[in-house]
Design a protein around this ligand. Sequence first.
Ligand code: AMP
Ligand code: MN
Ligand code: MN
Length: 322
Amino acid sequence: MTSRSRDRRRIVERLGAASRVLLVLHVRPDGDSIGSTLAMARALRVLGKAAEVVAPDPIPPNLAFVPGADRVVGAGATRGSFDTALFLDCASLDRIGGATADLERAGPILNVDHHSSNQRYGAVNYIEPHAAACGEVTYDLIRALGVALDPEIAMGLYVAIVTDTGSFRYQSVTARTHRIAAQLLGLGVRPAEVGRQVWDSRTLASVRLEAAALTTLVQEGELAWMDVTPPMLAESGAAAYETEGLVNLPRSLEGVEVAVLFSDEGRGEVRVSLRSARRVDVSAIAVRLGGGGHARAAGCTLRMSLAQAHDAVLTAARAALR
Ligand code: AMP
Ligand code: MN
Ligand code: MN
């Protein structure tokens, strides 16, 4: 038995024995965090366990349709205690923001993830770095727990997988990713409806933010980058979470290997999103700057000015491209 399958078995045993589970979303929760966690919370409830989901940041409106999202509570709002804490899709403990208060009333942490940069902060750590989404890992765990997939679980898992794979486009996608998705469609998931909710329900403000950010787009050979600045956010009226996905604009340019989005929300820090096409390990760049992620998608938050962040990240990216 490999150490990874042993980790997996220990997670299943611990979840099977748990009776009150606290599930924690990561900061700025994305489709994988929300979908995996809500699917697992539902599966645990099917098994007769109490399961509560806490979110350090609000669920974005385009993901509020995922079943169970209406029961998610904000940081510090859980009551009572939990014998187990479960983290899905969370690479490090500093990614849970204000939910640390809730965690103080919970038992040992079970850490289930697919980030290669995962810091193994749990009592049990089960990391599948080749999984295209934590949703794939969650699918396996729910099956191993003996829970029959139902339409609600299927929707959570599908949202997790379709968002983290860029709609089945990224290098991490395998035949198995599609087989799992096919099964979820068999349980009633309608991809067109999910797509409309997740990507085609944008606010006019978010499109205006994109237009403003595009005026800063620079391509330098295989490197491209773009900025979001406080005046852009103020003038467009877009919310900070609406920068999600903007890194796909530099990423989509022909010949670009490394794409970067610099997002300065006027709080004395710059959020950096990094993407690569096929060869550069952007998680190595992000980790060196205090962040994390995957080889093809990573990020970090830098407490410095936009100009300093440009300097730090672009220097590292140019070196990685040489
Ligand atoms: P994003 O660019 O925000 O979509 O994030 C891409 C990937 O990088 C995700 O898998 C995140 O988990 C990871 N990531 C982003 N920001 C950070 C950060 N500050 N620290 C650690 N990992 C991060
Ligand atoms: Mn995530
Ligand atoms: Mn993920």
